[in-house]
Design a protein around this ligand. Structure first.
Ligand SMILES: [Ca+2]
Ligand SMILES: [Ca+2]
Length: 209
């Protein structure tokens, strides 16, 4: 009985490893959404655009989304607004960001964002603490994030104007998360062959127990 149980254990273990080898990791991809006129204007102003299979959805509670050849922002319905910037002329404007799958927000780029404390903004990713975006001296500000930057499907990140005369939300870069999917390829088949051979050897080797 003991030998039979041990043989069964080995058999189950072999099948388990074969299953794991048969399931491949999908590649994580880095995708940049340039929100200026390099993306489809109709789609992005309607609030949803797909690139490399990943769909980005944007909304603003303060007005409609507005894209120009060099900027992207919120067109507030009240007069005097900087229509293609996130600003505070008619109240603090924000843009909500979400995706149709889990992503890691790795960076975003702003422009028309004056350094030296003249303008301030923040990015809040899901329930993590807001990140202050301290404007840099460069004409175009790139902000990189290395922690607390996971945005699961269904969650929202919010880019918010805090002070100053307004800025453009130029682009956002995210990394998709690798997932386990059936993906047979030559390497896996090679590994599978090795495992089957190991199982065969294991079965033929007399047990010492
Ligand atoms: Ca505006
Ligand atoms: Ca500005």
């Amino acid at each position: 009985m003991f030998l039979w149980n041990k043989f069964n254990y080995r058999l189950v273990t072999c099948f388990y490893w074969i299953f794991l080898m048969g399931a491949g990791l999908s590649q994580a991809a880095t995708i940049t959404f340039d929100l200026r006129n390099t993306l489809n204007t109709t789609a992005i102003e309607a609030g949803s655009v797909t690139q490399s299979g990943l769909t980005l959805t944007l909304t603003s509670a303060q007005g409609s989304l507005n894209q120009t050849s060099s900027s992207f922002g919120v067109n507030h319905p009240s007069s005097g607004d900087a229509t293609s910037l996130l600003d505070g002329v008619n109240g603090a404007e924000t843009i909500n960001i979400s995706f149709n799958q889990d992503v890691i927000i790795t960076s975003l780029t702003l422009s028309s964002y004056t350094h030296g404390g003249a303008e301030t903004a923040s990015l809040t990713i899901a329930s993590f603490s807001p990140i202050d975006l301290v404007a840099q001296a460069a004409a175009s500000d790139v902000y990189n994030f290395s922690s607390d930057n996971l945005l699961n499907m269904g969650q929202t990140a919010q880019l918010a104007w805090l002070s100053g005369n307004g800025f453009s939300f130029d682009s956002i870069t995210v990394e998709t998360i690798a997932s386990v999917v059936p993906e047979p390829n030559s390497i896996l088949l090679l590994g599978l062959s090795g495992i089957i051979f190991a199982c065969y050897r294991s079965r033929r080797t007399p047990s010492k127990g």
